[in-house]
Design a protein around this ligand. Structure first.
Ligand SMILES: NC(=O)c1ccc[n+]([C@@H]2O[C@H](COP(=O)([O-])OP(=O)(O)OC[C@H]3O[C@@H](n4cnc5c(N)ncnc54)[C@H](OP(=O)(O)O)[C@@H]3O)[C@@H](O)[C@H]2O)c1
Length: 308
């Protein structure tokens, strides 16, 4: 093995580990559930549509009859759903080795979550912020727990306007701006979460990853379906399959050399594809004051206050 060619073969046994993967029914999440359950982890496949989750579980079971996968309902666009997911999880489990905050939407038209948040920030950041905060006590109970947030190259163009975090009434909204903001938020949150773990001396680390550009269902809102169908062969030339795109998430999740605050992405040109290595987040993503402000606003909006 070289550092540049880390693959699923490098994942150590996950037997005895309990893992949550959000958005586990599709794309990168599906690949993560598959890879981690193949290595023996008990994986909670968190998804908003149970039937999609069950179908994904069945698909994985076709090649791994003994895969330990439990499908549980979680809608990140609804705080009540996040609370009930966590309540159900805590009823059954006392440990959580890995929380893989993977689910996401990209470049959708302006719309609101059930709680009135702009949907991209609401799903990609606020939903995961609430989920993680509600799971802090279980993470604290688990030695060497990890939280992984999935960002994007798009964070580089992201900006956060703290006077109009949610593009109130669509003011200033473009699908790309909102996606960039949400993916920048994923990184700001990761680094602040690591500082939270350090401050509270928790045996837990927070890391981030991005998949470059990977062939998943994420692109369904970009352009017309017909145009996408025509452009798809060209598009496929520049991107990588989901099995490759998931590797940075997986490496962040299991590599024994990984440290809190690290950010993994593909090693290819412009980080668009390739094998997972440590990559750089922008200065904006590493801004501590900005991270603190985002945390405060996220606590206020979601009502989830982090306590240990
Ligand atoms: N693919 C790429 O090139 C790329 C690039 C950069 C970053 N990413 C990031 O990678 C992550 C995974 O995306 P993907 O590419 O695998 O896309 P995908 O195939 O569309 O998967 C996204 C997953 O998120 C779930 N999801 C969406 N909204 C949700 C909600 N409200 N509650 C719970 N689950 C929800 C989806 O569920 P449904 O199936 O029910 O819709 C699906 O399972 C995202 O965070 C995305 O931003 C992807």
């Amino acid at each position: 093995m070289t550092l540049q060619s880390w693959t699923t073969k490098d994942i150590p046994s996950q037997t005895g580990k309990t893992v949550i993967v959000t958005g586990g029914n599709s794309g990168l999440g599906f690949e993560a559930v598959k890879a981690l359950s193949d290595k023996g982890a008990l994986v909670i496949l968190a998804c908003r549509k149970l039937e999609k989750g069950e179908a994904a579980k069945e698909k994985i079971r076709q090649s791994n009859l003994t895969a330990k996968i439990e499908v549980m309902e979680l809608d990140l666009m609804n705080l009540a759903s996040i609370h009930s997911f966590v309540a159900k999880f805590k009823n059954q489990y006392t440990h959580l080795d890995l929380l893989l905050n993977n689910a996401g939407i990209m470049m959708v038209p302006y719309q609101l979550t059930d709680d009135g948040f702009e949907s991209q920030l609401g799903t990609n950041h606020l939903g995961h912020f609430a989920l993680t905060g509600l799971l802090i006590s279980v993470l604290k109970n688990t030695p060497k727990a990890r939280v992984i947030n999935v960002s994007s190259i798009a964070h580089k163009k992201g900006e956060v306007d703290y006077d109009n975090l949610l593009f109130e009434n669509g003011k200033g909204y473009t699908p790309l701006k909102a996606y960039g903001r949400s993916k920048l938020a994923n990184l700001l949150f990761t680094f602040e979460l690591q500082r939270f773990f350090d401050t509270h001396k928790m045996d837990c680390i927070a890391l981030a990853a991005h998949p470059g550009v990977s062939d998943t269902n994420l692109f369904q809102h970009i352009g017309s379906k017909w145009l996408m169908r025509i452009l798809r062969p060209l598009f496929l030339f520049f991107i990588q399959p989901a099995e490759m795109g998931v590797l940075p998430e997986l490496r962040a999740a299991v590599d024994k050399h990984a440290k809190g605050g690290m950010y993994y992405g593909p090693d290819g040109k412009r980080e668009m594809k390739g094998f997972p290595i440590v990559v750089q987040a922008t200065q904006a993503a590493q801004n501590k004051e900005s991270a603190r402000k985002l945390w405060k606003q996220s606590e206020k909006l979601t009502g989830v206050v982090y306590t240990v």
